[in-house]
Ligand binder design. Structure first.
Ligand code: CMP
Length: 140
């Protein structure tokens, strides 16, 4: 097992329903430590840039509009195999396919309003962490 860091976002559907604490508890109980965290309102430009990899997908503009529809919590999670561990704790992207006990199974409203985002690889985790955090904002 390797110590890794990954980027996590608690999305507007979850902040709107006051679920931040319940979601953070899932990460902590799952063995991940929060080493950076802030609640922010994304601008259209930030959301477009963050999801630029999806810019040719049919859901891109809806996704951007959803991500700016309310505040989000961006955070860096640290732990053994954090990228995969985070994805296990979140559950499948589509909540209809998410396993019992996962965040998306318990809290997500739909494929779009799926409560959390997590980096899909270690390379993307580095890029996504740097997108939101300066080095001095991350405290292990
Ligand atoms: P996320 O992990 O944040 O990465 C991209 C997001 O696009 C995804 O979670 C979903 O919330 C959203 N999305 C909307 N429609 C789709 C789709 N058809 N396939 C994948 N992701 C989708």
């Amino acid at each position: 097992m390797t110590q890794e860091r990954t980027l996590s976002i608690i999305k507007p559907d979850a902040t709107r329903r006051n679920l931040i604490g319940k979601i953070i508890t899932k990460f902590e109980d799952g063995g991940l430590k929060i080493v950076a965290q802030k609640k922010i309102q994304l601008t259209q430009k930030l959301a477009e840039d963050f999801y630029a990899v999806h810019k040719d997908r049919p859901f891109y503009s809806d996704l951007v509009n959803f991500m700016i529809s309310g505040p989000v919590v961006v955070q860096v999670l640290e732990g053994d195999d954090a990228v995969i561990r985070n994805r296990e704790i979140m559950g499948a992207t589509n909540p209809a396919e998410a396993a019992d006990g996962t965040i998306r199974k318990e809290f997500a409203e739909s494929l779009e309003a799926n409560s959390v985002h997590g980096s899909d690889s270690l390379d993307n985790a580095k890029i996504e962490i740097e997108f939101f955090f300066d080095k001095n904002e991350i405290v292990g």
